[in-house]
Design a protein around this ligand. Structure first.
Ligand SMILES: *[C@@H]1O[C@H](CO)[C@@H](O)[C@H](O)[C@H]1NC(C)=O
Length: 377
């Protein structure tokens, strides 16, 4: 009985774990071709508030995504992430190169900016070998677009069909999509009608059309530099914001083998004799006397002058006691002296050495003398 119970428990736990743990999303990305993975906000919304659906609440929470390679602080070199604002979907995009082949495990942290709940998901990107040879590649600038507006699959299809008309083939693949900001472009003013600009690179195994080859002529470059009327533009666009700018388009013909760089010539390894070493001349003498005058002598002279002035004021301009007494009337001087004398006498009497003090004179004198006489008799 106990055995049966524990088995049931184990099975329940397994089932619960299986239901709770979502399997990693797995995608494939062939090398040399654009990879785009859209992070849909509404998918994660149901992860945050699954029970609210029952009550008819539909939330539209702001969400931000943090993406990094598992156990690394950043994304792999070839992969970039962009999200315009928390109310828009995020995009992981990039072009893996043949040397990036292998398994990339990307951790995606979703932060709900309303409830501050977080949710973690893993995305496995298997980068495989290149499946298509695209020796002919062309890059175009779409001026009136932002990177997030170009990455959705429908927009990519629109752009591709425009380029198909230009190239004359339907065998086209996206090779790279880059914001012009990543290529040294300027951040546009935050006003309608100003855009960052997006570079799209497409590749094909079909050679360029005749019209595209005009991009490589000297006449085309002259026209673009002069900034005058552009004659050779044969691009079309169904939607105005998808129009390419003809002067900022470029062709890359990878079908011709690239000549290898010239091998550096090896020398004997010993430097040639170049004569005696003659040390450079010592620099010309400098006269430091003016500097000395300005920094030492002038301040010293000033100090001496100030000392002299101060000494004159202190020693020669003083009035002195003799002079002052000569100026004061005699009566006032006498008055002053008696006050001074009395004060010092009182002070002496208040001290310990009472005996040494002179006897008080003036009014007390006759009384004391009488006292003395009485004592003697
Ligand atoms: C794609 O564009 C980015 C930015 O310009 C660049 O760093 C990267 O090397 C490009 N990838 C390929 C495969 O051309």
């Amino acid at each position: 009985m106990a055995d049966k119970g524990s088995w049931a428990l184990a099975i329940t736990v397994c089932a619960a774990v299986f239901l709770l743990v979502r399997a990693d999303s797995i995608t494939e990305a062939p090398a040399g071709q654009l990879f785009v993975y859209e992070l849909h906000r509404e998918v994660f919304q149901s992860e945050f508030e699954p029970f609210h659906k029952l009550y008819g609440h539909i939330y539209n929470d702001p969400m931000v995504f943090k993406c990094n390679k598992e156990r690394f602080p950043d994304l792999p070199r070839w992969l970039r992430f962009t999200q315009r604002d928390p109310y828009e979907n995020g995009f992981l995009y990039g072009t893996p190169l043949p040397q990036d082949q292998g398994r990339n495990i990307i951790e995606i942290f979703v932060i709900n900016k309303r409830s501050y709940e977080t949710f973690r998901e893993r995305l496995v990107i298997n980068v495989g070998p290149a499946v298509k040879q695209m020796p002919y590649q062309a890059e175009f600038l779409i001026e009136r677009r932002e990177i997030e507006k170009v990455l959705p699959a429908t927009v990519q299809e629109d752009i591709r069909s425009d380029i198909q008309n230009l190239w004359g083939t339907s065998r086209l693949e996206f090779v790279n999509i880059t914001s012009a900001l990543d290529r040294g472009g300027r951040v546009p003013l935050p006003l309608p009608g100003y855009f960052e600009g997006v570079y799209v690179k497409l590749g094909s195994d079909r050679p360029f059309s005749k019209c595209m080859l005009r991009l490589e002529t000297a006449a085309h470059q002259r026209e673009c530099e002069s900034g005058g009327k552009i004659t050779g533009d044969c691009s079309t666009c169904k939607i105005p914001s998808n129009c390419i700018s003809w002067c900022r388009s470029a062709l890359f013909d990878l079908s011709k083998p690239v000549p290898p760089a010239p091998v550096p010539t090896l020398g004997s390894g010993v430097l040639e004799w170049a004569g005696e070493f003659s040390p450079p001349e010592s620099p010309p003498d400098r006269d430091f006397f003016p500097d000395y005058l300005v920094t030492i002598i002038v301040p010293l002279a000033l100090v001496a002058l100030l000392c002299l002035i101060l000494a004159y004021i202190m020693c020669c301009r003083r009035e002195g006691v003799v002079k002052r007494n000569a100026k004061t009337p005699d009566l006032q001087l006498y008055h002053h002296h008696t006050i001074q004398g009395n004060a010092s006498e009182l002070r002496r009497m208040a001290g310990d050495d009472r005996r040494t003090v002179d006897r008080p004179r003036q009014c007390l004198q006759p009384l004391l003398m009488a006292e003395q006489a009485m004592a003697e008799s």
